[in-house]
Design a protein around this ligand. Structure first.
Ligand code: HEM
Length: 123
């Protein structure tokens, strides 16, 4: 948990899948199932933050600034997941939030894979 990134990767990978499942259920008009998937996704927000924070506290000394940015952009991704699903339910436009989600996701994946722990194909 503190030295390996597997648990963190598992939590955000499942969250991305749940986010798209929720989008699909919304499109299919299945509001009840979407609500359930959304609640499970919210649980995964907590798991992503906990696993990320455990890695952060132990290793941020390697590069505090970059680890700090990594954590903040990770929270930004979670915020965009939440904003998009809530706005869909309210029938509001999700265009800007979707663009911001793609940008945040690209940055967080880049930083995550660049930082020294775990997979480092960008190093
Ligand atoms: C959906 C949101 C997030 C995504 C997609 C994401 C993605 C990633 C990726 C791709 C890695 C690299 C894994 C590896 O190299 O094996 C990583 C590592 C890490 N993440 Fe996240 N993350 C997210 C949220 C967070 C949050 C909220 C925090 C802080 C609270 C955080 C802190 C970290 C730390 C400290 C590492 C280790 C960096 C290193 O490789 O040295 N992440 N994350």
């Amino acid at each position: 948990m503190f030295d390996r990134t597997d648990a963190h990767i598992t939590t955000w990978a499942i969250a991305i899948i749940l986010f798209f499942v929720a989008l699909g259920l919304h499109r299919a008009g299945n509001a009840k199932a979407m609500k359930i998937v959304h609640m499970i996704l919210r649980l995964f927000y907590i798991l992503i933050i906990v696993t990320g924070a455990l890695l952060f506290w132990k290793h941020q000394g390697i590069d505090p600034a970059l680890y700090g940015v990594k954590g903040l952009v990770g929270i930004w991704v979670i915020a965009m997941f939440e904003i998009i699903l809530v706005r869909l339910n309210k029938g509001k436009s999700t265009k800007v939030a979707s663009i911001l989600l793609v940008i945040a996701l690209l940055i967080v994946l880049y930083l995550g894979f660049k930082l020294p722990l775990g997979i480092n194909f960008l190093a």
